[in-house]
Structures are given as structure tokens and as C-alpha cells.
Write a protein that binds this ligand. Sequence first.
Ligand SMILES: [Zn+2]
Length: 589
Amino acid sequence: MMKLDDLNDAAAADFVALLDGTYEHSPWIAERAAAARPFKSLAALKVALARVVREAGIDEQLGLIRAHPELAGKAAVAGELTAESTNEQQKAGLTACTPEEFAKLQKLNADYNARFGWPFILAVRGPRGTGFTRAEIIATFERRLRAHPDVERAECLRQIHRIAEIRLNDKFGVRPELGEQLWDWAAALAAHSETEGFLTCTYATPTHTAVAEQLMAWMRDCGFDEVRRDAVGNVVGVYNGTGDISTQQRLLTGSHYDTVRRAGRFDGRLGIFVPMLVVRELHRAGRRLPFGLEVVGFSEEEGQRFPADFLGSSALVGAFQPAWLEGADAAGIMLRDAMQAAGLPGTMESIQSIKRDPSRYLGFVEVHIEQGPVLDSLDLPLGIVTSINGSRRYTGEIVGLASHAGTTPMGQRRDAAAGVAELILFTEQRAAAVPDVVGTVGMLEVPSGSINVIPGRCRFSLDLRATTDEARDALDADVRAKLEEICQRRGLSFTLQPTLAANAAPSDPAWQARWEAAVTELGLPLHRLPSGAGHDAMKLHELLPQAMLFVRGGNGGISHNPLESVTVDDAELAVKTFCLLCQNTADLS
Ligand SMILES: [Zn+2]
């Protein structure tokens, strides 16, 4: 088995020879990465190799892509593949296709090549490392055939890095066993769903209760000292520290186990599994920290079933509103009744009793899948969250005059949709002009519009977010001023209703620094980024210092979608980072 020292100590030519076969027929990648030695970890080596490719020219990147064989292609049949490719294609069962599958793959190969001009690249061993089925391979092939060429080229390169990662693991004889356990938990938990064929787990349903029970069983297996479901259905596991447990402080962590409809497996749940594995490792080693570790699987964050969200974390900070109990779902079932049907008390007294006393806690940390494309596009497994964005949302309507599309001259129109169109373009430009500020019109509708009628009304939504409240408010003021100006100039009127205002939750500098130190100790470069999405940490922010760690999502970082994915290697790094965070915090106390 290869060792990192062998690579770090080798002459440059030997370094390249040792990595032969990692990137298909492309020794230039190892040649350029040699200068970045010494590597602190295998993960650091992987990042350095990927960086060489990212910084290469498009021609070199295309050369690398074209150095790969087609899947189940002619070369495979003729026995002309490299040893690594033969092994991978065999393991994926691509050498055992039925005649129909083989014909399908040949057609896909031909169509793909005609569209993009390079072979389709897929790490057939997949994010789990044990391989896609042939049906999954064909479905992925069909989906990616429709992608934009720039997007698809980037995806091919990321698949090539994943292939290299698995080949390096084989060379080094390492298996990301913690990551594999996390992945298998995510798969097993996703088997509980309200919908056939997709993952859906909304609050206080039988599925939701089954998920809570499964989490509790696993927590007991991990060696938690206390495991319970609380008054709002949060699953709480405590691993005591050394010393007097009645007075010792705890580190609070966790994320949500409810999901959106047609969800991914890792949103929320990743942040429960990571600290569960930390506890399992501590327990197996017979170790305790000088502080307690309290892991919460929050019961509700996504706001899917009832007209309120963050039910689980709101209860912990004492922000659960009595009126929420009266809210009803689409079937008319009140939250209180749903809670009681799920075996929860459904009373304000019980909910208020679980508010946490901040003096008992060191802080709150949360691990979460990024749910965006940033880390994936930078080839980085982990990112440090600087702030959870503050936001303002509105629904609005511009009113003009619906008149004949043929007879009304351009200068005499009062087109409501054209007014909103101007607002959309302004919002896009204004948000893009400031780093980490985003603005979106996600809903747009001309009520009962016709092809031959100038839009008299146009409804729209506005979603404005920024890392600080100041930046959010400045964007908000500019967009609203522009709306007034547009309507004034075009002879239109408008209404605008605020529907949500959430303050930014900047990370606590000390806890953010602890995440950074842990990531650095793993030999990984630091990348800081804001969270555009809301998270439980945003609620805990009202009570405790908080900081988050992001884990790269695959498939371009897609989330709230069944395509959401993390690799076992990235999951493993997240667990190791959390272990180091605990260790470093222990060393301070
Ligand atoms: Zn989430």
C-alpha cells in the first residue's frame, strides 16, 4: 500500500510514476501538483490534483476528458481499456449488459458525442463507492445529455476527480468507513417516506415518528447516555462529559430530520449523523470530553405541513408561538391535534419546558450540506460558514391597463408585465453588484393573460438576502425605490406586502475559528462562504453563539431534490472535522 510519505519524499519523476493511472493518460496533472508538496493528508493531495485541472486551460481539460473511454463503448469490447477502467466498468456490470441495455448505451454514447464532442464520464462506483446499477447509469446518462455544454464539461471534470479519488483510496488502501456508515444511515432513514418512490417526511406523520424512533435506536447503539424524544418531537441524545454531569456545560449540535417533499437524503440529516458518529467513536474508544455533547435531531425546520417553520429549534430558544398550535395543514388538521396523534403532549407548558438555559451550553454548531454549487465548483469538500443570510420577502402586484395588443401604440401602453420585467432586471443587477447579496423574483404571473392583450396586472414575489442586515436593507430600499420609479414613469400602480423578514445570523468568531482550525488540521484549504439558506443555527443564534460547517453536495450542489448527494469521502472528512473541533475545544477547557 502506498503511503503519503512515499509521495512527499519521492523525486518529482517518481512522484508522477507513483500516481500513474490516477488520472487517465494525463501525467501532466501529477507533474504540476508535485510542486505543492508536502501534502498533509490524502485529502490535501486530492484537492491539489483537482486544483491543477481547474487551473488548466479548456483545451487541456478537454484533453483529459477525451483521454477517457466510452462507457461500455467499443474500446471496452475490444479489450483496449486501461487496467483501472476495465476494473471499474466490470464492477459496474457494464460488461454484462443485456442486448437492449448495450444497444441503449451505444445510442446514448453516439448522441452524447454528437452533442458535446467528448465521451460521457461517470464515476461508476458513485458517491457510496460501491457502484451504480446499470439502470442508474442509463438514467444519469439520459439526464446529462440535456445539460448545457459548459455545465456538462464541468460535471465531467468533477466525475474525473471522483474517479481519481476512488483510485487513490485503492492505492492507499483506505476506506472511508465513517462516511460509509453515514451514507448507509441516510439510505436506511430515507426508506421511511410518505410518498412512494420519493423521500417525504413532514411533521408529526407516522413516517416522521418512525424516523424519530429509528434515530433514537441508532443513538442508543452509538453509546449515548440519554436518548429521548421531547415535547415537539426533537430527538435528543446526550453523551456526558467527565466530571459532575449536573453542573457541566454541553456543546449543543444537530440539524433537522424532517424533509421537503421529494427531498434529498442528506439535507438536515447529515448534521445529525456526523455528531452521532463522533459519539460512537468516543464511546468505542472509552473516551469522554470535559464537556457534554448534546445532539438534537430537530423535528421540524422546513415548514412543509403547517403554516410555521423551525418548530423544533424555536421551542429550544423559547420562540414557539402559542398561535402555531391552532394552525392547520392542507387537510384541516390542527397542529395541536397532529402532535397529540403523534404521541406528543401538544401543550404550551410542555413546549416551554424544553427551552434551553444558555448558561449550560458552550455554544451551538451545525453541519449541513451546502445546498448550493459553490464548493462543488471549487473542488473543495468543506466550507466555513461566515453568516446565515438575512432576508426580506414580499408578494406584490403591478397594475396597468389591459388593452388591445394590436391597436394600442407602443407609446400609449400601461403594460404591468413590462414594469415587473424592468424590476427583475434591476434586482438582478443591483444584487450582483455587491458580493454575497442575492435577489430573486421566483413567482411571476399575468392573471388571466391572453396572447392578444397587454398585461393589465402582473403578480410577482421578491426574495432579497444578504450576509448583513445593513446590506439586506440597502438592497431592499433600492429595489423598492426602483419599483416606485418604474411605476411612476410607466403610469402604473403597485401593491407590495412583506411576508417575511429574518435577521442575518453572523457566525460567532470563536466557534468559526474552531471550525477553521479543524479544517486546516486536515490539510484542507479554507473556503469561507455565507449560507444563502436558513438553518436551525439561525434560530439557536437567538440564544447561543453559533457557527456552521458546510459539506459539498454533488450533482452541482443540487438540494431539495432526489439528486442531492454527498460522497462517503466528504462525509468522512466532516466527521473527522467535528472530532477535531471537539478535541480542540477540550484542550481549551
Ligand atoms: Zn436543511
